[in-house]
Design a binder for this molecule. Structure first.
Ligand SMILES: *Cc1c(COP(=O)(O)O)cnc(C)c1O
Length: 466
């Protein structure tokens, strides 16, 4: 049996490895070159019968696992959205694992619940969101929108669906055609049916057509359906487009619906006062989600979910079997009642470490730095006639394309990603392929962006530019 002194030795190996990984991450190919089934085939079919030395396990971690890893912390990881694991969040994660607490009830770790309450307030204030909102840290924005939809459903049906199911209710929800797939997933999960999530067309800036939203709601009412839930986006996943939240809020309040703002990614930029005017109307939301686990330097998972009226959320989710009752239930907050999970990770510790390590000014500086690098890249792209910029937004995502067909753009992306030197992803815009390059890594510097742009130009010049 491994003993505690083995743990001491092993933890030294692991911490040393983590320190070196952070230094050397840029030497790895960003995208894993592993082929389908390669890792699986290298792993024995059965768990070991007897104890193995940690040295053996760790050697296999390096030999079998690392080659199958895509390096999300690589400074030239420009794909999807970043999932930053900054140093303070890594430190907190180690402590969270060591403590191994479940934060379902106040009594199961009072400090965990109370720290969660406090850091969520800190973040809310840092983002300029009004103090009527209180919140909780969920695993993901997908869980957050699911929780919002359940609360909205119960409000709209006077808490009868929780008791008796849908009965005669036919609920309808609304988001833009550019909204995140998690909203459709939530519509499937809560059982309104995804065809009853109306995907409202967008304008040429990928913003929801609010006139069409209103029309859709009115049509549904006329047809005997019950509209209940509208999502506005502050930063869509495809292009970080921002819906007109104030106009949506007007329509929503006219019909008494629930207004959820999906600021999962770009919400991080609200730490900058100069960005806040773009979020006008967010203060009218019933719920808001912002993921510190994307751009706010906190490793996955940490999704902050804010609600205006927590009583509705709690009534929708509250459950109190005898074995969970504690003598403090009257006076404390039990965060298990704020969403789906009973067991809850101690995520607040990560956000607390991050906010204190960088301070508000350090975080603002980093976000401004990323945004300015994105503007710099846009300038370079605009100087090369072989490329065009599309869907420009004030955040750190640059959307562009080679002035060739879709195939050429996809091949350009594939060749760059296979080179291992950088990683970027694509999306479809108005039916055509565009490339997305997000500059949001903890350690990204101007030279990384310039090197990436040079690689892109070189690959294009070798293959598509005569
Ligand atoms: C990433 C993203 C989500 C989903 O986030 P998860 O935390 O991974 O569920 C939702 N909405 C937007 C706008 C996103 O960018």
């Amino acid at each position: 049996m491994p003993q505690d002194r083995d743990f001491e030795k092993a933890i030294d190996i692991v911490t040393q490895w983590i320190i070196n990984y952070r230094i050397k991450v840029a030497d790895f190919p960003v995208l894993s070159r592993s082929k389908p089934g390669e890792t699986l085939d290298a792993l024995p079919e059965h768990a070991p019968e007897t104890s193995e030395s940690f040295e053996n396990v760790f050697a296999d971690f390096e030999k079998l696992i690392i080659p199958g890893i895509t390096h999300w912390q690589h400074p030239k990881f420009f794909g999807y959205f970043p999932s930053n694991a900054s140093p303070p969040s890594v430190l907190a994660e180690m402590l969270i694992a060591a403590l191994g607490v479940q934060c379902m009830s106040w009594a199961t770790s009072p400090a965990a619940t109370e720290l969660e309450i406090r850091v969520v307030e800190w973040l809310r204030d840092l983002l300029g969101i009004p103090s009527v909102f209180t919140g909780v840290i969920q695993e993901s924005a997908s869980n957050s929108v699911l929780a919002a939809m359940v609360a909205a459903r119960e409000k709209a049906t006077q808490f009868t669906v929780n008791e008796n199911g849908y009965g005669d209710f036919k609920l309808t929800a609304y988001c833009s055609a550019e909204a995140h797939s998690s909203i459709e997933k939530a519509a499937k999960v809560i059982g309104i049916g995804r065809n009853f999530l109306r995907k409202i067309p967008v304008d040429h800036d990928q913003r929801m057509r609010v006139d069409l939203l209103e029309k859709a709601i009115e049509e549904d009412i006329q047809n005997g359906l019950t509209p209940f839930f509208v999502v506005g986006a502050f930063g869509t996943t495809g292009t970080t487009a921002v819906d007109d939240l104030a106009a949506i809020a007007n329509v929503v309040s006219k019909h008494g619906l629930w207004f959820h703002v999906d600021a999962a990614y770009a919400g991080a930029a609200l730490v900058l006062p100069e960005i806040r005017a773009r979020a006008q109307g967010i203060e009218k939301a019933d719920s808001i989600v912002v993921n510190p686990h994307k751009w706010l330097l906190t490793n996955f998972d940490c999704s902050v979910f804010l609600v205006r009226d927590r009583a509705i959320l709690i009534q929708a989710f509250e459950i109190l079997p005898e074995y969970l009752k504690t003598s403090e239930d009257e006076v404390v907050t039990n965060l298990r009642d704020w969403g789906l999970g009973l067991g809850r990770r101690f995520r607040a510790l990560k956000l607390w470490f991050v906010l204190r390590w960088y301070g508000a000014s350090g975080i603002q500086k980093m976000i401004r730095h990323h945004i300015s690098l994105a503007r710099q890249l846009e300038t370079w792209i605009s100087e090369n006639a072989a490329f065009e910029l599309v869907a420009r937004q004030p955040f750190n995502l640059v959307v562009f394309r080679l002035r060739k067909d879709d195939q050429a753009n996809l091949e350009l992306m594939r060749s760059l990603n296979e080179s291992g030197k950088l990683f970027l992803t694509h999306t479809k815009l108005d039916g055509g392929i565009v490339l997305r390059l997000v500059i949001g890594q903890t350690d990204v510097q101007k030279h990384h962006v310039l090197e990436a742009w040079n690689e892109i130009q070189k690959a294009a010049a070798n293959n598509w530019i005569k």
